[in-house]
Design a protein around this ligand. Structure first.
Ligand code: SF4
Length: 389
């Protein structure tokens, strides 16, 4: 009989950046002197730690995120990829992504990353307009961005571009011009995010106002229409791909799959005897490093998710993607049939008001529904679900 192995995604967090962008709420830090050898040993220790827990899994994707992982020495990236390939069974079409900033783009360095095994580049371009780049606190210019995109497409099989829109005072016309240009020079994947002002960020403290909700919705619709007309599939709230180029790694998150998070502040989801365990690594880079050196892992906590919490999480994630929540997968992940955990009366109301669509295999949000996923989840996950365990 053919054996079946669970799929696994591996996330590696590199927490350092050259400067901190005023909108950023990621785990990012400026550190002038980084002891590369200590960091390499520590990251490899966590790779080993999580391998012991997921030996029978097949690694399908690896993602170097941050921070700015393009600041990592290529040899360190190489050694981590090698270690993963030596330990786990890996997929033949292993997707290995590295997030990169266009600043100081250096072709030979990116060729080294490709040599290390990176086959997908995710470029944080954010804007093609110098004024907007300055507002966003980015250190690169439009010129740097164009050079990086051109080289990124040549060097890597897959190249994704991140852009931010709905900046204060951004008009439909100015965003459309920028979007048309980025589409004309883009690779096969676009992540188009709206600017949000998160607590704790410099923008939040300086009381920067985001675009109004009305403008944000208008810009979202315009973005979607333009990208689709240009041949992109809209497959997640902010993600657009040409056919065959969806991000497999991110799909693992949205489909509620298993992943491990290595490095400071990284988190993971592992299935243990039908319970999903949420893992969180220590947030501070220094404390994480010391913990790994002492104990072999920088785990801050690992806790089982309650049934209701996990079901809500699967709704919040699954309604983001246009394919929706797959009924069979949901049953496998939670042990419960989808119809048993939702309020049928509210479901029918949401279908009638065109927020949701259902068929034999899935429940999915419509375009209208994708604008209010939190409210849909809060209303549809039935009160009975709290009793399930
Ligand atoms: S480069 Fe990215 S991770 Fe670093 S501060 Fe800017 S937004 Fe945050």
């Amino acid at each position: 009989m053919k054996k079946s192995y669970n799929s696994l995604a591996v996330y590696i967090h590199w927490p350092f950046c050259e400067s901190i962008c005023p909108y950023c709420d990621f785990n990012s830090h400026i550190e002038k002197k980084i002891n590369q050898l200590r960091w390499e040993r520590a990251l490899l220790k966590e790779v080993q730690y999580f391998y012991e827990k997921t030996k029978t899994h097949t690694v399908k994707t690896i993602f170097f995120g941050g921070g700015t992982p393009s600041l990592m020495p290529p040899i360190l990236v190489n050694n981590i990829i090698d270690a993963i390939k030596k330990l786990w069974r890996t997929s033949k079409k292993l997707e290995i992504t590295l997030e990169a900033n266009p600043l100081g783009f250096d072709i030979s360095r990116f060729e080294e990353f490709r040599g290390a095994g990176i086959n997908r580049l995710s470029l944080g371009i954010q804007s093609l307009n110098d004024k907007s780049l300055m507002f966003l606190g980015r250190q690169h210019t439009r010129r740097d961005a164009l050079i990086a995109i051109n080289a990124g497409k040549k060097i890597f099989n897959q190249c994704s571009i991140d852009m931010i829109y709905a900046l204060p005072n951004q008009t439909k016309d100015s965003w459309k011009k920028e979007l048309d240009e980025i589409i004309s020079i883009s690779g096969n994947h676009l992540s188009l995010y709206q600017l949000t002002i998160e607590p704790g960020t410099v923008f939040f403290k300086s009381r920067i106002n985001p675009a109004t909700e009305h403008t944000a919705i208008q810009l979202y619709r315009q973005t979607r229409k333009t990208a689709i007309t240009s041949g992109f599939l809209h497959y997640e709230v902010s993600s657009y791909a040409r056919s065959g180029h969806k991000s497999k790694h991110n799909l693992t998150y949205w489909r509620g799959g298993e992943y491990i998070g290595i490095g400071p502040g990284a988190h993971g989801r592992l299935l243990e005897r039908k319970t999903t365990i949420a893992t969180h690594q220590i947030h501070s880079p220094d404390n994480w490093l010391q913990a790994v050196e002492k104990r072999g892992v920088g785990l801050a906590k690992a806790r089982p998710l309650g049934a209701k919490e996990r079901i809500e999480e699967l709704f919040l994630l699954g309604l983001r993607i246009t394919e929706g929540i797959n009924r069979a997968r949901f049953k496998q992940q939670t042990g419960h049939a989808l119809d048993r955990v939702i309020d049928q009366k509210i479901l029918n109301e949401l279908i009638n008001s065109r927020y949701l669509e259902v068929n034999k295999t899935s429940i999915r949000a419509t375009e209208k529904g994708r604008l209010c996923i939190n409210a849909i989840t809060a209303s549809i996950v039935s009160k009975k679900t709290a009793l399930i365990n």
